[in-house]
Design a protein around this ligand. Structure first.
Ligand code: APR
Ligand code: PHB
Length: 400
């Protein structure tokens, strides 16, 4: 049995927990991260790969931006495919010079892990039975088992960065939490392959057979997705079947240009929107997927996690530095304002681009009309572009 103390106990070593730890360290605030899995397992999870400018800025602030700037691909537009043709949304022009950076979440996590390791900061991997105590009082702690023995970590605050299936949200007393959820009636089958990207920008395709997305990780590695029924099992999908389905859902020029190859990874993910409110209970803060999930259309998940961590790190720095609780008190409301905007955008983009089993031809006709409007109206294109590149944190002096 060991007893330790830190200022902030962070549960979960995904991007949210690691980024928070790094930002706090840079401000002289001590943290310990406790993670259920091993480091290699965490790095094995393939997630989205589009970073907003504000996320890149925060990674710079955390001192982990070097490889991101060297290897990340700067994209000033996306392509929407429908009706047999592609239409470019020039985000750079429509947002007065903004862009996104294509850089895999796995690489963000790796950079953060390496920085934490280089600074000699503590991450306890393979911790089991993590439990949270007394976060509604003034002396919270967490307990866990590691290496066969029991540990207690006393702290000032607990950051619940342990994802959708984590213990933090589950520890909040029933009745103190409201949840909002929408489950979509399909999944995404994704593959990773060492093939050159079919186009230099991402293609989001609306097709009668279902949605498809052509994304990338580098000039030689692609990440492609097709919408699939929820019941599908990944074993049912050979590489050849995947490539045939993707090709069938692209415009003729992209279908012709598509280079195929063996998959390195193949998986199916369900799509859901989920929000838990509020995001703070006394001395426990939820951040990232622990508090909210968005469907991957538009790649907002990691960016939202970074937005929470930005607010939380600033709130804790204000608490320790200025002895002010303003940031802490405002944390949940500030996060949720941005969360709901991203939830709305991800829902809208998902609804526009996918084939829904229950809306029939009427639904398809509406999608076609909206897509046609979207690519021909500067106002509608601008609304897509400014959401895609990410909302600013402040506009005219007011938090957005
Ligand atoms: N105890 C300790 N750690 C836990 C526990 C637990 N009981 N439960 C889960 N964890 C760990 C998971 O193993 C995982 O490594 O918490 C971590 C949570 O990481 P993520 O799921 O990656 O969540 P987050 O850091 O919020 O990142 C959000 O991930 O799902 C994507 O789209 C999402 O890109 C976004 C990002
Ligand atoms: C990805 O590269 O995995 C990706 C990109 C854009 C999305 C979703 C996923 O909207």
């Amino acid at each position: 049995m060991s007893i330790q103390r830190t200022q902030v106990a962070i549960i979960g070593a995904g991007p949210a927990g690691l980024l928070l730890g790094q930002l706090l360290h840079r401000a002289g605030i001590a943290s310990v991260i406790v993670e259920r899995q091993g480091g290699e397992y965490v790095l094995g999870r393939i997630r989205a790969g589009v970073l907003e400018q504000t996320t890149c800025d925060l990674l710079d602030e955390a001192g982990v931006g070097a490889r991101l700037h060297a290897e990340g691909l700067v994209h000033g537009g996306i392509e929407l495919a429908f009706g047999g043709a592609r239409h470019r949304i020039d985000m750079h022009t429509l947002t007065a010079g903004k862009h996104v950076t294509v850089y895999g979440q796995t690489e963000v996590t790796r950079d953060l892990m390496e920085a934490r390791h280089a600074e000699g900061l503590t991450t306890v991997y393979e911790a089991s039975d993590v439990a949270l105590h007394d976060f509604d009082g003034t002396h919270p702690c967490i307990t866990y088992t590691h290496g066969g023995s029991a540990h207690t970590l006393h702290c000032d605050f607990i950051a619940g960065c342990d994802g959708y299936h984590g213990v933090s949200r589950a520890s909040v007393p029933e009745g103190a939490l409201r949840t909002f959820e929408k489950v979509y009636p399909f999944g995404w089958l994704g593959i990773l392959a060492d093939t050159p990207p079919v186009s230099h920008e991402l293609i989001y395709s609306n097709h009668a057979r279902g949605f498809a997305l052509c994304s990338m990780r580098s000039p030689t590695r692609t990440r492609y997705y097709v919408q699939c029924p929820l019941e599908d099992k990944v074993e049912q999908w050979s590489d050849a079947a995947f490539w045939d389905e993707l090709r069938a859902r692209l415009d003729p020029a992209a279908a012709e240009a598509l280079v195929t190859g063996p998959s390195i990874e193949k998986s199916i993910a369900p799509l859901r929107s989920f929000v838990a409110e509020p995001m703070r209970f006394g001395r426990l803060f939820l951040a990232g997927d622990a508090a909210h999930i968005v469907p991957p259309t538009g790649a907002k998940g990691l960016n939202l996690a970074a937005s929470d961590v930005r607010y939380l790190s600033r709130a804790l720095i204000e608490h320790y530095g200025d002895k002010s609780s303003a940031g802490i008190d405002h944390y949940s409301d500030a996060c949720l304002k941005r969360v709901w905007k991203a939830v709305r955008f991800s829902w809208w983009f998902t609804s526009l681009m996918h084939k829904f089993p229950d809306t029939g031809e009427f639904g398809q006709k509406l999608q076609q009309a909206e897509l046609d409007y979207l690519v021909h109206s500067r106002a509608a294109s601008t609304a897509l572009a400014e959401n895609y590149v990410g909302m600013p944190f402040e506009a005219a002096g007011h938090p957005v």
